[in-house]
Structures are given as structure tokens and as C-alpha cells.
Write a protein that binds this ligand. Structure first.
Ligand code: FAD
Ligand code: NAD
Length: 475
């Protein structure tokens, strides 16, 4: 094989591409990974949206702002005096950048350790699996792959008459770098990013208003659980306005004027910063030449089969570029599965058991089907729920908001779904995912010993409640 020939070339180094490339390296495949992202210092910044302007920096800010909020609102109940606490936004942002940088550097070391050749630059796929490589600091050349994996991720949707400048009108990139707490923070879209970034700046003191086009709050979540979450956000003074259609926004004199219609009449509001978080679309621009043979769907995603293989021979696509939830762990599992398929193994990802988490406080985590979906599919089911307020640990922590709800097949008790609104729900949704992967039943979860006192006991009790035999609440 010549220097520019590879067993597999990954285009895009987010959680899909980099995890796939590392796995390919482990499997002994000669692997090239191309990613165009650079940090503020001009150095390569692999890790994609997730590491650089998504999952990790948003969670760093969510954690910093959560500490600040708890100190201000919850510590006195524990007997801790907190007069004179203030927030240093520069320091908070610096900490976030350090976390990202540390992980960027760690990835580059992992590429070396797994013999993955890494190029910081752009890749474009042509016919016959020829990839044009344009390094950020060198001349263009062509590499060819036995297989090519497209892993270019996604970019934010825009809306007409709301132009993102990332100074006053922001997308996810700007929302992670606001230099001071805005007096008023507007958010278009009460989805995942809107709720997470709205929480960050609201906890730090911004009067935060979210404008959501739909009438229904978080339609992917069970209706009663969405209500539980909405009630908590109201207590936190997140002003979420449903059924609002944005007409446009303009910047003047350092303020953003937003005009919208609430279904009855037009209104105007003025904000110091405005976030646009109305969903994301596959990043196919300038990725695939017309003669590559790769088909794109009406929704602009790369068309793939269940194994992530595209319409062109030995060309694969993964992560946010293809169908399924736009989540980092889903992208990684697809990258790994594709590497294993290429190496002749049985790569497989079960999209039915991908867990979701929204990192608000309380967190919202779920897996599997909601009540509405099961009713639509005509599946008979039983439910069991349990509030954290009835757990000893929740009360001892002073953090007992929310509940767990489990859905199980009425006939054979197989677990069909679970929804959790509660502190650190992200950590214990995992046990339900494991149980579902093993085709477990509610009774299986009910018979597993859960340590006491823990928040996860609410999962245990909700599983018992499916059979109306919860111990710490009336059934
Ligand atoms: P990406 O991470 O988008 O990576 C693709 C990479 O390819 C990018 O670096 C891009 O610059 C590069 N690229 C694109 N085209 C080319 C090309 N032609 N040549 C070379 N390089 C190219 N998901 C979660 O699971 N948990 C979370 O907590 C979470 N939080 C999020 C918070 C925010 C604010 C955002 C925006 C997203 C969040 N997500 C979260 C979603 C998550 O970031 C994505 O699902 C995930 O990054 C998708 O991974 P990917 O590998 O498909 O693509
Ligand atoms: P989203 O789909 O979660 O939410 C977008 C919201 O904007 C929706 O509720 C939609 O109805 C609303 N909307 C659309 N157009 C509108 C308009 N013109 N006016 C008002 N509202 C409008 O999308 P997002 O929040 O941009 O996030 C994109 C994706 O990134 C998520 O779907 C998720 O896959 C991923 N993400 C995941 C996490 C996580 O896992 N914790 C965090 C952030 C982002």
C-alpha cells in the first residue's frame, strides 16, 4: 500500500469519526482521520461539535452555574452561610476552555497510540473512494480508501430574518462564550440546547425567556413527565412561552429587538443577547462530489441502511449526518460498529435503546417508548412511577424534585421505556438501558438489590409500582 492508500478514511473527527478511527486502528486497519476544526490557538481541535462547542463545554458551564445557583438558593438550608458569594465569568469560561483543550490533546495522543494518521484539514469524497485532502497548513493531495466513512456531523438551522452574528444573536458557539451575564437573555426554541443554555445564563442571573413554536413542551417526553419538568423550570423562573412564532430580530445599539406572534397578536421584546436553537441539520455542504454515488434524503441526511452503509460501495456514514437521534454516544457507537463491520465483525447499533438526557436541574433522561407512542402502536402496557420526594437520599441531599416512570408490556412485563426527571438522572438511566438490552422485565428490575440510600432506589420502587407493590408509597 502506498503512503496515501488506506484501509479506511474517516472524514470528520467528532465522537462518531474519532471513536470509529480509534477502533479501526485497534483492529489493525491502516486508518486516516481528517478533521478540519482548529482551536482559538490555531492548533488542531479534534472531537467535533461535541467536544468543542457542544456536550462538553455546555456541561462545564452547566456545572459551574449549578454550583453558583445551589450556593445562592440551597446552601442556607444545610446551615452553610454564603454571604458575599459572586461569580467570575472570565474564570468560568477559562475553566471550560481548559477542559476542552485537555480533551483535544488527549485525543491526539490516542490517535498516535492507536496508529491513526490524523490530518487537520478538510476532506471531500469523489468517485472510486478518492478523497481530496486539504490540510489547514499544507498542499492539497488525494488519498484513497478501501472504505470511506463520512462523519461530518451537523450545523445549526437558521431562521429567516434572524441573522446570527455570534455577538448579540448567537448559535451554540456564541452561547458558550458570552463575556458577561446578560440582563435579559432571549432564546428561540425550547428544545435541548435552549433549555440547557437557558438554564446556564438564568442561574447566573439573566432574566431568561424562551420562545417555542410548538404548543406542546418537549414532545419526545411523556406528557406527565414533561409537566413535572415544566413545573420545576417555572420555579426556577425560566419563562417558557409556548406557541410563539418569531417574525424576526434585529440588533441596534447593543440590544436585540425580537418580534414574535403568540398566536393572537404580535409582540416585541428587547434582549441583551438572543440564542437561536431551533434544531440542527446534517453537514453535507462540500463533503460529497456529485459523482461519489452517495445518495442524500429529502431531509438532507446521507441515506444509509441499518449498518450505516450508504448507496455507494464501501462508503459508510454515521452520527448526526444520518437518521436517528443527534447524540454523541449514538455517533460513537455507529463509528465503532462500522469499523468492526469493515474488519469483518458483526457491527451493530440498537437505535431502540439509545438513552437521551437533558442536563437541566432536575435532569430529564429517558429510553425507549413513551405512553403516547405505545398507545399509537396499540401496545397494551402497565406503568409504575415513584417520586424522589419519597426517597431518603433525595430528602437528605435536599434535592428531591422529580420522579421515575417505568413502562412495561401488560402481557409479558418486558420493559418498554423509562423516563426520569431528577437529579443525576443521567447516571442511573443506564441501569434501565442495560435491562432493556437484555430484554429484561419490570420484575427483573424490581428483584435487583439497589443500595440504600440512593436516588436509584426510585427506579427500583417504580419497577415495583408496575405491579402495584411499591413499598414506600401507596399503590
Ligand atoms: P460532530 O461532532 O459534528 O463532528 C463532525 C466533525 O467533522 C466536526 O469537527 C466538523 O468540523 C468536521 N467536518 C465536517 N465536515 C468536514 C470535512 N469535509 N472535512 C473534515 N472535517 C469535517 N449530544 C449528547 O449526546 N450529549 C450532550 O450533552 C450533547 N450536548 C450538546 C450541546 C450542544 C450545544 C450541541 C450543539 C450539541 C450537543 N450534543 C450532545 C449533540 C452532539 O454534539 C452531536 O450529536 C455529536 O457531536 C455528533 O457527532 P458526529 O461525530 O456525528 O459529528
Ligand atoms: P431541538 O430539536 O432539541 O429543539 C429545537 C426547538 O426549537 C424545538 O422545540 C422546535 O419546536 C423549536 N423551533 C423550531 N423552529 C422554531 C421557531 N422558528 N421558533 C420557535 N421555536 C422553534 O434542537 P436544539 O435544541 O437546537 O438541539 C439540536 C440537537 O442537538 C438536539 O436535538 C440534540 O439531538 C442535540 N443536543 C443534545 C443535547 C443532549 O444530549 N443533552 C444537548 C444539546 C443538543
Amino acid at each position: 500500500m502506498s503512503d496515501n492508500e488506506f484501509d479506511v478514511i474517516f472524514i470528520g473527527g467528532g465522537p462518531g469519526g474519532y471513536a470509529g478511527a480509534i477502533r479501526a486502528g485497534q483492529l489493525g486497519l491502516k486508518t486516516l482521520l481528517i478533521d478540519d476544526r482548529q482551536g482559538e490557538d490555531g492548533k488542531p481541535a479534534p472531537g467535533g461539535t461535541c467536544l468543542n462547542v457542544g456536550c462538553i463545554p455546555s456541561k462545564a458551564l452547566l456545572d459551574s452555574s449549578k454550583h453558583f445557583h445551589h450556593i445562592q438558593h440551597d446552601y442556607t438550608a444545610h446551615g452553610i452561610r454564603t454571604e458575599g458569594v459572586s461569580m467570575d465569568i472570565d474564570k468560568m469560561l477559562e475553566r471550560k476552555r481548559k477542559v476542552v483543550k485537555q480533551l483535544n490533546t488527549g485525543l491526539i495522543q490516542l490517535f498516535k497510540a492507536n496508529k491513526v494518521e490524523f490530518v487537520n484539514g478538510r476532506g471531500k469524497l469523489f468517485s472510486e473512494r478518492q478523497v481530496e485532502v486539504s490540510p489547514n497548513d499544507g498542499d492539497k493531495y488525494t488519498a484513497s480508501g478501501g472504505h470511506v466513512v463520512l462523519a461530518a456531523g451537523s450545523v445549526p438551522f437558521s431562521i429567516p430574518d434572524v441573522e446570527v452574528d455570534n455577538e448579540y444573536i448567537l448559535d451554540n458557539v456564541g452561547a458558550l462564550e458570552i463575556p458577561e451575564v446578560p440582563g435579559r437573555f432571549g432564546v428561540i426554541g425550547a428544545g435541548v440546547i435552549g433549555l440547557e443554555m437557558g438554564s446556564v445564563w438564568s442561574r447566573l442571573g439573566a432574566e431568561t425567556v424562551l420562545f417555542e413554536a410548538l404548543e406542546e413542551f418537549l414532545p419526545a417526553v411523556d406528557r406527565d413527565m414533561a409537566k413535572v419538568a415544566q413545573r420545576e423550570f417555572k420555579k426556577q423562573k425560566l419563562d417558557i412561552r409556548m406557541g410563539c412564532k418569531v417574525n424576526g430580530a434585529e440588533v441596534a445599539d447593543g440590544k436585540v429587538k425580537l418580534s414574535y406572534n403568540d398566536g393572537k397578536e404580535d409582540h416585541e421584546e428587547v434582549f441583551d443577547r438572543l440564542l437561536v436553537s431551533v434544531g440542527r441539520k446534517a453537514a453535507t455542504d462540500n463533503l460529497i462530489a456529485d459523482d461519489s454515488g452517495v445518495e442524500v434524503t429529502d431531509r438532507g441526511q446521507v441515506e444509509v441502511d441499518a449498518r450505516c452503509h450508504t448507496s455507494a460501495e464501501n462508503i459508510w456514514a454515521i452520527g448526526d449526518l444520518v437518521r436517528g437521534p443527534m447524540l454523541a454516544h449514538k455517533a460513537s457507537e455507529e463509528g465503532i460498529a462500522v469499523a468492526e463491520s469493515i474488519a469483518g465483525q458483526a457491527g451493530h447499533v440498537n437505535l431502540e435503546t439509545v438513552p437521551w438526557v437533558i442536563y437541566t436541574d432536575p435532569e430529564i433522561a429517558w429510553v425507549g417508548k413513551t405512553e403516547a407512542q405505545l398507545k399509537e402502536e396499540g401496545v397494551e402496557f402497565r406503568t409504575g412511577s415513584f417520586p424522589f420526594a419519597a426517597t431518603g437520599r433525595g430528602l437528605a441531599m435536599g434535592n428531591a424534585a422529580g420522579q421515575v416512570k417505568i413502562l412495561a408490556d401488560a402481557e409479558n412485563d418486558e420493559l418498554l421505556g423509562c423516563q426520569i426527571v431528577g437529579s443525576t438522572a443521567s447516571e442511573f438511566i443506564g441501569e434501565v438501558v442495560v435491562a432493556m438490552e437484555f430484554n429484561g422485565s419490570a420484575e427483573d428490575l424490581a428483584r435487583i438489590i439497589h443500595a440504600h440510600p440512593t436516588l436509584s432506589e426510585a427506579v427500583h420502587e417504580a419497577a415495583l409500582a408496575v405491579d402495584k407493590r411499591a413499598i414506600h408509597k401507596a399503590n
